[in-house]
Design a protein around this ligand. Structure first.
Ligand SMILES: Cc1cc2nc3c(=O)[nH]c(=O)nc-3n(C[C@H](O)[C@H](O)[C@H](O)COP(=O)(O)O)c2cc1C
Length: 507
């Protein structure tokens, strides 16, 4: 892909080296416990905009971990953009290319589509390449030797029932494709509770790709083959997190981002292909029938989730690179790593949203509102009632916006990313008797226990735009602004005039 400006990162360690050379990754030599302590160290580092952390001496309950542990990999927007292969300022361009992939097919057919959308052409051409003796199988543990206790799995928060694999790339495929089916392959990040030496719980929410595949296998009465990569090149990791169109496989898309065909190899004990350069791979079968109660675990909402049953996977093989590194993170009240990634994805999705509703100037899903529960949308308003149209369009735009409980619509002069601006618009442009839209009984995040029923709740739309036409009978006062010539004159004398001022933090 022509957008890529950083070197190709074929694996996690290559990306880590790149970050370390730029002081964006730091090595931690002191012993740090995998139980709670690592979360606290990671949390503090993330809050301060600090580096990725390579823990050389992670401590398990039974002693030192057998391998180093990497955390806070995507703890800043800069590192997320680097994972996509670009600088932070080019994320919107990448979003433009993604938006083109989502457009419906033009009348002139596929050839025309290919010529217009280089990203689509690249995605289709990014056929995985099968390699023999893949690095990820340099060591393998099968049968009686399978023991998840070999891995430095974190216990993130007090009161959690068992260690939790937090950055698994869960690879599945539908039952009708063969072992080599990479086009139908899904890769998603679904946390995994460790039950014992060879069993984990697969916590995929019902609308996820992995859950859909599992339903299809279970409907045929068959256990589903699963492979789980822990630690891979950043393009594969980020592709797994991206809400890609269903027709685009994460594996193929990772090749587009990386600018190199994905390297895969057959798993040893399940009919699936796995990323050849992953650090660690778990193989096994997710049972069609066996479930176990999962949690409670700390969630990205800032609460422990409710305990619920999810399918159990029995691990048939653990394979690893030589000297593997274990990738981990925690989820908690934002900011956490997923919320930092979410803010970058917000910008990545913006061009796509603008194509669907051209009046949209900007959109912000504040990370502190769990990255999707509140949306602030600024528009170029030209007709009465437009803010409500935008709210309804927004709720219908992408499946994940089902979970956006509150939409605040503002004019283009308001910076959606600045709560002070948004509060001013709410305080001066909204009237509760006219500008509030409440819609009951809509689909809602089932993790949201504020709604009266699980999965069903209300939506709130706040129209904080200036009112025009039939929306008001009153004259709308002009916005205060200093005359430009006065500003210019003061600009000229400001350095001298303010030379002796002491400035504190801005109010
Ligand atoms: C660190 C992290 C942990 C996540 N944990 C879960 C999880 O436990 N369950 C889940 O359904 N989604 C989880 N997600 C979100 C999904 O991985 C993400 O929405 C992905 O796009 C889903 O892919 P899919 O649409 O192919 O299913 C997590 C994301 C991240 C970044």
């Amino acid at each position: 892909m022509s957008l890529r400006e950083l070197p190709v990162f074929r694996d996690l360690r290559g990306f880590a080296r790149y970050l370390e050379d730029r002081r964006l990754l730091a090595r931690v030599g002191q012993p740090v416990s995998l139980v709670h302590e690592m979360t606290e160290v990671h949390h503090r580092t993330l809050l301060a905009g600090g580096p990725a952390l390579w823990f050389e001496q992670a401590q398990g309950e039974g002693g030192p971990a057998a391998m180093p542990v990497l955390a806070n990999l995507f703890g800043t927007a800069e590192r997320v953009a680097a994972g996509f292969g670009v600088g932070p300022e080019r994320i919107r361009e990448l979003g433009e290319a993604l938006a083109a992939m989502r457009e419906p097919a033009p009348v002139d057919g596929l050839a025309d589509a290919m010529s217009r959308w280089p990203m689509l052409r690249a995605a289709l051409a990014a056929h995985p390449q099968q390699v023999s003796h893949p690095p990820c199988q340099a060591q393998s543990f099968l049968g009686q030797n399978v023991d998840l206790g070999r891995l430095p799995v974190q216990t993130c928060w007090p009161g959690e029932p068992a260690p939790l694999i937090t950055w698994p790339l869960v690879i599945t495929r539908p039952p009708d494709g063969g072992a080599g089916d990479t086009a139908g392959m899904n890769i998603g990040v679904y946390r995994m509770q460790v039950l014992d030496r060879d069993r984990v719980i697969m916590r995929w929410l019902a609308h996820r790709g992995g859950a859909a595949h599992h339903r299809a296998w279970a409907a045929r009465g068959r256990d589903m083959p699963v492979a789980v990569a822990i630690g891979a090149d950043p393009a594969t990791i980020l592709s797994a997190v991206l809400p890609l169109p269903e027709t685009v496989s994460e594996l193929h898309f990772s090749g587009v981002l990386r600018g190199e065909r994905p390297r895969v190899a057959p798993a040893l004990t399940v009919p699936l292909l796995v990323p050849a350069d992953a650090e660690i791979v778990l193989e096994g079968y997710a049972s069609a029938t066996e479930t176990a109660p999962e949690g409670p675990y700390g969630d990205h909402t800032g609460y422990y989730n409710s305990v619920e049953n999810f399918p159990v996977m029995r691990v048939s093989a653990i394979t690893m690179r030589r000297n593997p590194v274990y990738l981990t993170t925690f989820t908690g009240r934002p900011p956490d790593e997923p919320s930092v990634i979410g803010a970058v994805l917000n910008d990545l999705a913006l061009p796509s949203m603008k194509r669907q509703m051209p009046e949209i100037a900007d959109v912000w899903l504040p990370p502190e509102a769990c990255s999707y529960r509140i949306a602030i949308v600024s528009i170029r308003k030209t007709y009465p009632g437009q803010a409500r149209r935008v709210m309804m369009g927004f709720w219908g735009m992408l499946p994940q916006f089902n979970y956006t409980k509150t939409i605040i619509v503002v004019d283009e002069d308001i910076d959606v990313r600045d709560w002070r601006d948004v509060a001013w618009a709410l305080a001066t442009r909204l009237d509760a008797s006219r500008d509030v839209m409440v819609t009951p009984n809509t689909p809602i995040d089932y993790l949201d226990f504020a709604s009266p029923e699980p999965g069903l709740g209300g939506k709130l739309g706040l129209d904080a735009t200036r009112k025009i036409g039939a929306e008001t009978r009153r004259e709308w006062n002009r916005t205060l602004a200093m005359a430009p010539d006065v500003k210019k004159r003061v600009d000229a004398i400001w350095p001298l005039l303010s030379a002796g001022f002491q400035f504190r933090a801005a109010p």
